[in-house]
Design a protein around this ligand. Structure first.
Ligand code: MIC
Ligand code: SF4
Length: 749
């Protein structure tokens, strides 16, 4: 497949240069070489044109693959059309340590793992067993390749940009399209260029680059954009460091991020056993990076340019509750005091898909070593979740796990664990205000341990390790000293470690299961009384009428991420059962009218009750509803459950100030109305007891706002305009009751 991609690459790049009449960024090269219709015949308009693409591969993780594959089952295909993989990583709870936790997870999730393994076997999908590692690390180690295009049912699919891909997070319905051999549609993105100069040194690492970028661009600054990094600073970073930067690009809402092919990528490809991919990439090297003219005059070719000097960068801590709240470590004393953040660090956690490379672990281990050598006693608990079995086996062989153990660390299974709330943290149920630091990527409220009062700060693995040793959020390892067990003042030496293992990567069993050559005889069973898996029933079609007499289920106040709409943690176990998981719908969102979570007024009774219960009552009573929200609604993950659940429960429209990209697409795909206020201030006009009538849904068409009549309790009425971004095809999805219904009917091939 890679050979085929590379053989057409130069010619397609040339065609793109011709139609655009200018030198190209790397992003444009990858996008234009992956057009569904082949060579470019006209230029795409950034931020405007909807374009059909042909991604090279699909990756899915266990928590989202269930829904993606339940949908794929309905598409009537024999096999997936492009190479696809499933990775079991989200369903393993971190409790006591890797082997016990893994065997507990195998027991608890047996039904789901069997379903995923057999459905993968049937349809020609590669299956990575529980314990093999986290999707993005495994993809980087095995499948990512420079210049390739991939989609994945997880927002951090973007991690593969570290190896020069355009890799994009999507909902399961999008993955299904590509696996079914159909085109994948994306609005041609805008381009942000980030020029990196200088070189990282001392306590700084690649993570600090993206923590800084998140501070500059905020959680929605990257929406609709692909971020391309370049410059001598970019080339000086390791390939896995680039992966970290791209990974957390999800936290600024970017469609994805990428880097041009360079020596660091070649080293990584060779070290992970893919010399032939490196040789192939070398043969078209000049096409796998942006054109020189672009990088010499970035302002001319990118929509926005940011420059960061790595030599002047400072280690950052981002948080709490939002990954863009960036504080350089030297300012933490002031900030913590000002905001009343508890400064005692209770736990430091390293690893996750963001930061569990050999280099990350080696550098953190160099700090752990100093604990013994300098007679220190770590003040906080400390844990590691390795990203893959290959990394875990290699770091064990090279002695790092022993070093961490001497420091009193817990090594959890190669899985998402605490990052996704699969963390049986002792005492979390007391809901005490406390501080933790981790090297993951997001830190929304309640995410890690379910305690809304846990303040989670995101940092590099090195800084996380140092802060766990110091037990103090304000400890600046660059300037501050610690008192050791002998009462002496000691300073930590800056971290150091190899980028790649000098003895190479290794593993006894990486955890891969290849699919059957001919899977037609493989049976996939979903038991009708299962509480974890449920076959999908088609959603109903639009009746062609204006929606009238609608009620406001909830007007969400402030941040409403997919974690607020469909919480993970303990709810992950229902990811394959739409009706059961629907019982968590919007329970994390704050009701604007009473400031409470999971308490909304049931207009049928006048009483306040839990959101899912109230919505089920409206559904039973045939009352249409809408959900109202603020900015960047649905930011965070790719989980389409956040769109399917309201749909399943009968919500008709989501009306917000703005959407995060993946969530907006997920809503459209599932046949919902995703609408934005034409005038943000109209959010304030929505009152708790309003009745809402659509006045012109019957003439729903592209580029034409819709209108809603609000009938207030006092009898007054006002009409507001709402925008949408549906194109003609997407309007068909709405009419059919969801994109899948069109495939079911054979109307789309
Ligand atoms: C996450 O980091 O929030 C997740 C869990 O990986 C999600 C996917 C999911 O909800 O299953 C993501 O980022 O897309
Ligand atoms: Fe897993 Fe966390 Fe990465 Fe999501 S961000 S894939 S939950 S490790």
């Amino acid at each position: 497949m890679i050979k085929a991609v590379y053989s057409r690459f130069p010619q397609r790049v040339e065609a793109a240069r011709n139609v655009t009449g200018k030198p190209l960024t790397l992003t444009e090269k990858i996008l234009y070489t992956h057009l569904w219709n082949g060579e470019a015949t006209s230029a795409c308009e950034r931020g405007k044109s909807y374009v059909d693409f042909a991604p090279d591969r699909v990756a899915m993780q266990d928590a989202t693959a269930q829904m993606a594959l339940l949908q794929f089952m309905q598409a009537g295909r024999k096999k997936v059309a492009v190479p696809s993989t499933v990775h079991c990583d989200h369903l393993i709870q971190a409790r006591v340590g890797s082997s016990q936790d893994l065997s507990d997870a195998l027991n608890k999730n047996n039904e789901v793992f069997n379903f995923l393994s057999s459905i993968s076997n049937k349809y020609g999908i590669g299956f990575w067993k529980p314990g093999a590692g986290i999707i993005h690390q495994v993809v980087l180690e095995n499948y990512a390749f420079p210049g390739g295009m991939m989609i994945g049912t997880d927002s951090h699919t973007v991690n593969a940009g570290g190896l020069g891909m355009v890799a994009i997070g999507v909902g399961g319905a999008d993955a299904m399209d590509v696996m079914a051999g159909m085109a994948w549609e994306l609005k041609f993105p805008k381009l942000i260029g980030i020029k990196l100069t200088g070189k990282l040194n001392g306590w700084c690492s690649a993570k600090d680059v993206i923590l800084k970028v998140a501070g500059i661009l905020t959680v929605k600054g990257g929406t609709g954009c692909i971020v391309e990094y370049f410059g001598e600073g970019a080339q000086s970073l390791s390939c896995t460091g680039k992966g970290t930067i791209c990974n957390m690009g999800a936290e600024i809402g970017a469609t994805t991020s990428t880097f041009g092919y360079d020596d660091s990528m070649e080293r990584y490809l060779r070290s992970t056993g893919r010399p032939e991919v490196a040789d192939l990439a070398n043969s078209i090297r000049e096409h796998l990076t942006g054109d020189a003219e672009v990088y010499a005059n970035p302002e001319k070719y990118f929509d926005q340019v940011i420059e960061i000097n790595l030599s002047e960068l400072e280690p950052h801590l981002n948080g709490p509750f939002s990954p863009d709240l960036a504080t350089p470590i030297s300012k933490m004393k002031e900030e913590a005091a000002k905001n009343n953040w508890p400064t005692k660090v209770e736990v430091g956690l390293i690893g996750s898909c963001t930061n569990s490379s050999y280099e990350d672990i080696a550098r953190s281990a160099s700090l752990a070593k100093q604990v013994i050598a300098k007679n220190l006693k770590p003040k906080a608990e400390f844990s590691i979740t390795p990203g893959s079995e290959v990394v875990r086996y290699t770091i064990e062989r090279d002695g790092f796990i022993d070093t961490f153990n001497e420091m009193g660390a817990t090594v959890y299974a190669n899985a998402c664990g605490p990052c996704i709330g699969m963390w049986a943290r002792v005492g979390a149920e007391k809901k005490e205000k406390n501080t933790i630091v981790h090297s993951f990527n997001r830190n929304f409220q309640s995410r890690n341990d379910g305690n809304p009062n846990t303040l989670a700060f995101v940092a590099s693995p090195e800084l996380t390790t140092a802060l766990a040793i110091a037990g103090d959020l304000t400890f600046n390892p660059i300037t501050d000293t610690l008192i050791n067990e002998k009462g002496e003042q000691v300073k930590l030496d800056p971290p150091s470690g190899d980028e790649l293992p000098s003895k190479g990567f290794d593993a006894k069993d990486p955890g891969y299961q290849a699919p059957a050559e001919d899977g037609s005889g493989v049976e996939v069973n979903v038991s009708s009384d299962s509480e974890r898996l449920q076959l999908l029933a088609p959603f109903s079609e639009w009746d062609g009428q204006n929606i009238t007499g609608a009620r406001v289920l909830i007007k969400a106040k402030g941040k409403c991420t997919t974690d607020h709409i469909s919480m993970a943690g303990q709810w992950l176990r229902f990811r394959g059962h739409l009706d059961n998981i629907a019982n968590n719908t919007l329970i994390g969102a704050t009701n604007f009218f009473n400031g409470a979570q999971n308490s909304v007024k049931n207009q049928l009774t006048g009483a306040y009750d839990e959101v899912p219960k109230v919505q089920r009552a409206y559904k039973a009573g045939g009352v249409p509803t809408l959900v109202v929200g603020d900015q960047n609604y649905g930011e965070g993950s790719s989980r389409e459950h956040a769109a399917m659940q309201p749909r399943h429960l009968g919500v008709r429209a989501i009306l917000v100030k703005s959407f995060a990209r993946i969530h907006e697409t997920n809503l459209k795909k599932q046949g919902m109305l995703a609408l934005t206020f034409s005038n943000d201030a109209d959010y304030d006009k929505i009152q708790e007891n309003d009745v809402v009538n659509f006045t012109d849904l019957v003439s729903f068409s592209p580029d034409k706002p819709l209108h809603l009549e609000l009938v207030h309790e006092d009898g007054t009425k006002e009409t507001i305009a709402v925008n949408h971004t549906y194109n003609a095809q997407q309007i068909e999805w709405f009419k059919a009751g969801g994109a899948l219904n069109l495939i079911r009917k054979g109307l789309v091939h």
